[in-house]
Design a protein around this ligand. Structure first.
Ligand code: GDP
Ligand code: MG
Length: 443
């Protein structure tokens, strides 16, 4: 597995301070082999590796992780990004009924999915109607009806005894029926073949043309691995789709198909299906899929823990310094950088206790991210000794710092003055809130 492969490679990285080009290359080679083993298609692997390398080169070494952990984190982050970042939600029509059409190979899980999706939508207060447009196999309509009954929803099907009907006509009448009977979502189940088939492609394309779905979902069995690329391309060109559903994730497939389909078609993966029961269904979670493909969920959990422990340590150390009034400009800069990683500064400070008091409010109003950039530049322009002991920053030093960081001497003066003021206030506040005691016992 990738975990084992990386484990061996990463053991060599342990203890080194920074990622070298050679480290990155070696690790990339292992990841490449491992992704191929997870059944990701070769061209997709190539593109992915190239991006990971690029990202690894620009990375800043964080104090929280060792280089080995850092590589894993970069790979994982990139994978989550490729898989879609945040989940995209299903789109509905402005005016009901919304139409969702399912397309995919035979056995990919369309009919099963129709039931699950209907069940899920019903749970959210919708009134879905299933429409049986797989008239290819004798039992397909009955299968959908059974699935519909289990999900507690209505199924629209061609009348029995009419011989083989026209699926496009059934689809059209199904949508009309939904409109008339106030169903707000139509789920169209279609036929598929074991292989890509011209005639059935055209049929699916005609159904799409006739019903103009709000979502056309390409349903793909996660077990087909690399074949997912050719199949997805055929459906993209022959029918077209707006989203992907992965099925049979309860099997032992590592999920390479997810990465391939997503990369090749650029369409989002909306749902994941993982069993034969109605409830074995969820919106797609890129982060979970990423750790499945990499096969190292444990490692990722450890990394998260390491990062959060590091943050806590730093916070405790700073709190201790705050309470004794020993805070240096170096600490101040570090804190600032840590806080900025969390988002716009105003939001974060606004969550602090006492943020609504008059004094705090006034202070908050003056903080903005651009100003932080300038403060950061000034502090970076100081020597370590100056940061540790700001009292030594005399007039000539202020001039040098101002010139070095491209600001006026006034701004440097203001920063130093505010810093001493803040340190004094923090000391008082720490006493007030009891930070001091907590921090001391934590260190
Ligand atoms: P269709 O031909 O695309 O309509 O596929 P079906 O819905 O009929 O599914 C084909 C087979 O796969 C059936 O035996 C289903 O019970 C099974 N199946 C569908 N989805 C899943 C799934 O997520 N997990 C498992 N284990 N089986 C599934
Ligand atoms: Mg079916």
């Amino acid at each position: 597995t990738l975990s084992e492969r990386l484990g061996a490679t990463l053991a060599n990285l342990r203890g080194k301070g920074r990622l070298s080009d050679a480290d990155i290359d070696t690790t990339a080679r292992e990841i490449r082999i491992a992704l191929l083993e997870a059944d990701v298609a070769l061209p997709v692997v190539r593109g992915f590796i190239a991006r990971v390398k690029e990202r690894a080169k620009g990375v800043e070494v964080s104090g929280a992780l060792n280089p080995a952990q850092q590589v894993v984190k970069i790979v994982n982050d990139e994978l989550v990004t490729v898989l879609g970042g945040e989940t995209r939600r299903i789109r509905f029509a402005k005016e009901p009924p919304s139409v969702v059409m399912l397309a995919g190979l035979q056995g990919s899980g369309k009919t099963t999915l129709a039931g699950k999706l209907a069940h899920w939508l019903k749970g959210q207060g919708h009134a879905p109607l299933l429409v049986a447009c797989d008239l290819q196999r004798p039992n397909a309509v009955t299968q959908l009806q059974i699935v519909g009954e289990r999900a507690g929803v209505t199924t629209f099907a061609p009348e029995p005894g009419n011989g083989v009907g026209d699926p496009v006509d059934v689809a059209r009448r199904g949508v009309a029926h939904a409109r008339e009977k106030m169903f707000d979502i139509v789920i169209i189940d279609t036929a598929g073949r074991l292989g890509v088939d011209e005639e059935l492609m055209r049929q699916a394309s005609d159904i799409r043309e006739a019903t103009r779905p709000d979502e056309t979902l390409f349903v793909v069995d996660a077990m087909i691995g690399q074949d997912a690329v050719a199949t997805a391309e055929a459906f993209r060109d022959g029918v077209g789709f707006t989203g992907v559903v992965l099925t049979k994730l309860d099997g032992d497939a590592r999920g390479g198909a997810a990465l391939s389909v997503r990369e090749v078609t650029g369409q989002p993966i909306l749902f994941a299906s993982s069993g034969e029961k109605l409830a074995d269904f969820d919106v797609f979670h890129p982060d979970r899929m990423a750790s499945r493909i990499l096969g190292m969920g444990d490692l990722l959990t450890l990394i998260e823990q390491a990062e959060s422990a590091f943050d806590q340590e730093q916070a405790a150390a700073t709190a201790a310094k705050m309470s004794t009034g020993e805070l240096s400009l170096e600490d101040f800069l570090e804190q600032m950088l840590a806080i900025r990683k969390m988002g716009p500064i105003g939001n974060i400070l606004g969550m602090l206790p006492g943020a609504n008091s008059g004094q705090m409010k006034e202070a908050l109003a003056q903080v903005d991210d651009r100003r932080l950039d300038r403060l950061q530049a000034i502090i970076r322009g100081m020597t370590p000794a100056e940061r540790a002991d700001p009292k030594m920053i005399n007039g000539s030093r202020r001039l040098r710092i101002a010139n070095g960081s491209g600001v006026s001497v006034n701004e440097v003066n203001e920063l130093v003055k505010n810093f001493f003021e803040a340190r004094k206030q923090m000391k008082q506040m720490a006493g007030q809130f009891g930070f001091g005691g907590a921090a001391r016992s934590a260190t």
